[in-house]
Design a protein around this ligand. Structure first.
Ligand code: AMP
Length: 414
């Protein structure tokens, strides 16, 4: 299957070629023809499968096939994402694939000034990528007109629900035109997703690539058993011995992320932390420095890392295992993308044995275990309760709050 066979026009094929993509990924092969037939879809696809191009390309194609409308320039496509990072990255993809097309697009999210967004919206946009909270601010202030929306895309819908955005989403849906094409992407099919899709989608085509909750086959996974107090030493050694140049490291808490980044810096390994307490500018800068190679290690919490898109990220380290098993799948999905082999290493101490058992149950396989010489765990150390940084049990109890950011709900506190 080639991109030409999918029925995409020249301007898009040119942009695809410039990106160096040779063949469509499985999700693109399945989703693009169905979307081009103007059908609603419910797609189960994780980050790393090429899903962004899977909806962006046919969206741009359909927009370019449409006859120009007379009268006021209205927003035709709305893409909702759970986090600012993902919104930015989806917008980057829209710009990238649409660079030989005349459409105007913008991204709106909280944590930054609203006025420049208002000014941009006034210019007349075709495509808007947004996080739900800030979008509602614009709706409330009447600084956005969504009455011409023909395409609605919900990206990482499961994560939006996890973050407590359901009411925000409902409010947005209520003001959108009834007649539109809706595409819903979700890594998992929970009952809540089924409920949302029943409400939202009209006779949707189901599209699934790798089975949800299955960790990617091309990611080499390993567990390094180690005592909690020696994790940093082991990480430093792995990075130095392996001469790793770009490592994404996950911690459970914001505090843990800060502390580890500071300690790695002291060990002579450049590191930056990103999490929900950092300003948007600080997060963008840390990510840019990491992508450029100025920072070797990016330490992130699950929420901040959500949607980070870095090509061919070779190493992901779980400095601490996540308490929510699905997060493991999302974390390791940051490596081994679109056909590139990646390595996901987890440093596991005795306190985390239960988390590990739950993860292996979820992914339905045993992860190979490694005991590194000099780092064998001390068998006399007994398991202790894990400090969740105030998050324990909070996952399903999202908190309310204003609409100024998108970092709400329990996950937003990490
Ligand atoms: P996504 O799942 O949308 O986050 O995409 C994962 C990565 O795959 C991104 O870095 C894309 O640039 C890349 N990608 C998307 N489509 C293709 C393709 N057809 N061939 C190679 N890489 C791709």
């Amino acid at each position: 299957m080639t991109f030409e066979q999918l029925g995409l026009s020249k301007a898009l094929l040119k942009a695809i070629k410039e990106q160096g993509y040779e063949t469509p990924t499985p999700i693109q092969e399945k989703a693009i023809p169905v979307i081009l037939e103007k059908k609603d879809i419910l797609a189960g696809a994780q980050t790393g499968t090429g899903k962004t191009a899977g909806f962006t390309l046919p969206l741009l194609e359909l927009l370019s096939r449409a006859k120009p409308t007379k009268g006021k320039h209205k927003i035709k496509a709305l893409i909702l994402t759970p986090t600012r990072e993902l919104a930015s990255q989806v917008h980057e993809s829209v710009e990238l694939y649409g660079k030989h097309l005349p459409f105007k697009s913008t991204v709106i999210f909280g944590g930054v000034k609203i006025n420049p967004q208002i000014a941009t919206l006034r210019k007349g946009m075709d495509i808007v990528v947004a996080t739900p909270g800030r979008l509602l601010d614009h709706i409330a202030q009447k600084t956005i007109d969504l009455s011409g929306v023909e395409f609605l895309i919900l990206d990482e819908a499961d994560r939006m629900l996890d973050m407590g955005f359901i009411n925000d989403i409902k409010k947005v849906l209520a003001i959108l035109p009834e007649q539109k094409q809706t595409l819903l992407f979700s890594a998992t099919y929970s009952d809540d997703i089924k409920k949302l899709s029943n409400k939202l989608l009209k006779a949707p085509t189901l599209i699934e690539v790798a089975r949800a909750n299955t960790s990617s086959e091309i990611v080499k996974q390993a567990i390094y058993h180690v005592d909690k107090t020696r994790k940093r030493e082991l990480l430093t050694q792995l990075i130095k011995d392996g001469k790793w140049k770009q490592v994404l490291v996950f911690t459970r808490t914001k505090h843990g992320a800060n502390r580890l980044a500071g300690q790695l810096d002291k060990d002579g390994i450049t590191a930056a932390a990103i999490h929900g307490n950092k300003s948007q500018n600080a997060r963008t800068k840390a990510l840019a420095d990491f992508k450029k190679g100025d920072v070797r290690v990016l330490v992130a919490t699950d929420i901040a890392a959500r949607g980070i898109d870095i090509d061919q990220l070779p190493h992901v380290v779980n400095y601490e295992l996540p308490n929510v098993s699905e997060d493991y799948v999302h974390r390791i999905g940051r490596t081994g993308r679109a056909g590139n082999a990646g390595e996901a290493i987890s440093l596991v101490c005795v306190d985390e044995d239960e988390f590990l058992a739950n993860i292996e149950k979820l992914i339905k396989k045993d992860i190979p275990k490694v005991w590194l010489k000099g780092f064998k765990p001390d068998p006399s150390i007994k398991a202790e309760p894990i400090n969740m940084g105030g998050n324990r049990g909070a996952r399903n109890k999202p908190r309310g709050g204003g609409h100024n950011g998108n970092q709400r709900g329990s996950r937003g506190r990490r």
